[in-house]
Design a protein around this ligand. Structure first.
Ligand code: HXC
Ligand code: NAP
Length: 306
């Protein structure tokens, strides 16, 4: 007779989320992929733009950064030097102004050569209930995020089409282009415009050898976030457990995506928008947590008509 043995059930495995990426400095692209190429990153002196700019630098690019504030330009230059950038240049420019954009491209051409890759990263955003948004607040965000992106793309394409040279554009977007963005009506509408425009420009300019793609970051917290955006994020304390990946994005993951999309290995990819967010924007249940109005989320009292 066999004695029944008490079998201990194994502990169920805990969900681990999506694994951490390789360390900074690693790359899926061969070293020197961007040797001799000039890359312009708008808003490349802070946050995600800075991370993207330095990743191009690591792969051999000459990198230019354009934005308004001297502190951001200084920070961009320092980060590029630290990353061992072959040659770099920073230029003050408000992307709402077509003449300033032309002047910036001319200045970069003088210092580094004509821009081969344009990363349209600069954008504007702050949380505000739609009913309280002033006309100028709406206009300002749309003007920087949508109009500025178009004007930079246009300047880039005009130069390449006239010269008969190829190029690559990557427009940085946001996932609320698809879903809408409660509390961010201006930015969500502008980013929807950027995604749509990416598709149009890709068709118009692929015949001239210019690829146009979009890159959408998920949640990538960083130390340069504006106080407005940070305060909006601070309403939830724990970020990692609220993402399907069980973690937020690491800045280098966005740099790798941008350098791939603009690279020779992605030349047949155009008009595509790549989302790097660990599936966060698809997260949806039939019943969601109870609705909290944007006003309540922002700790505002009732709306009082003037
Ligand atoms: C309501 C506001 C406001 C706020 C500005 N305004 N901040 N309204 N709530 N928090 C209004 C002003 O009152 C004014 O309207 C109008 O907006 C323009 O403001 P200015 O300060 O004159 O504009 P300007 O100096 O051009 O600065 C632009 C800016 C600023 C957008 C307001 O924040 C900026 O420079 N931002 C750049 C960096 C940035 O936004 N980064 C975020 C990207 S992150 P009135 O009517 O008074 O004249 C991102 C993340 C997406 O996009 C996903 C997040 C999870
Ligand atoms: P950020 O640090 O605030 O960077 C925005 C940059 O845009 C700044 O360097 C700013 O530089 C520049 N800029 C703003 N207005 C400008 C103008 N009129 N002319 C020229 N430059 C201007 O924000 P971020 O988080 O890195 O965001 C970068 C991009 O990622 C944006 O397109 C954003 O919408 C997108 N994004 C970010 C997240 C995230 O989690 N962080 C999520 C989704 C999408 P100056 O102030 O010097 O002009």
């Amino acid at each position: 007779m066999v004695k029944s043995m008490e079998t201990k059930k194994p502990e169920p495995a805990k969900p681990q989320g999506l694994s951490e990426p390789p360390e900074i400095g690693a790359s899926a692209l061969p070293a020197g992929t961007y040797n001799g190429q000039v890359v312009l990153v708008t808003g490349g002196g802070s946050g995600l733009g800075k991370a993207i700019a330095t990743e191009f630098a690591r792969l051999g690019a000459k990198v230019a950064v354009a934005s308004r504030k001297q502190e951001h330009l200084d920070a961009g230059l320092a980060a590029l030097e630290e990353a061992g950038c072959e040659a770099s240049h920073v230029v003050a420019c408000d992307i709402r102004d077509a003449d300033q954009i032309t002047a910036a491209f001319n200045e970069i051409a003088e210092h580094l050569g004509e821009v081969d890759v344009l990363i349209n990263n600069a954008a504007a955003n702050f949380p505000v209930p739609a009913e309280e948004m002033s006309p100028n607040a709406w206009r300002t965000v749309v003007d920087i995020t949508l109009n500025g992106t178009f004007l930079c793309a246009r300047e880039f394409a005009r130069r390449h089409i006239a010269a008969g040279t190829p190029g690559a554009i990557v427009n940085i977007g946001a996932s609320y282009a698809w879903t809408g963005g409660p509390g961010f009506a201006h930015s969500a509408a502008a980013k929807a415009g950027v995604k749509n425009m990416t598709e149009t420009l890709a068709v118009e300019w692929s015949p001239y050898g210019i690829s146009v793609n979009g890159l959408v970051p998920g949640l990538f917290p960083h130390e340069d976030m504006t106080a407005d955006i940070r305060s909006s994020l601070d309403r939830t304390n724990e970020k990692d457990p609220c993402q399907p990946a069980l973690r937020v994005g690491r800045l280098r993951e966005l740099g790798w995506a941008a350098t791939f999309l603009a690279s020779p290995y992605a030349r047949f990819i155009s008009g595509h928008t790549l989302v790097v967010d660990g599936a966060n924007w698809q997260r949806r249940n039939l019943t969601m947590p109870a609705v909290v109005t944007v006003r309540e989320q922002m700790g505002r009292g009732p709306f009082l008509a003037e």
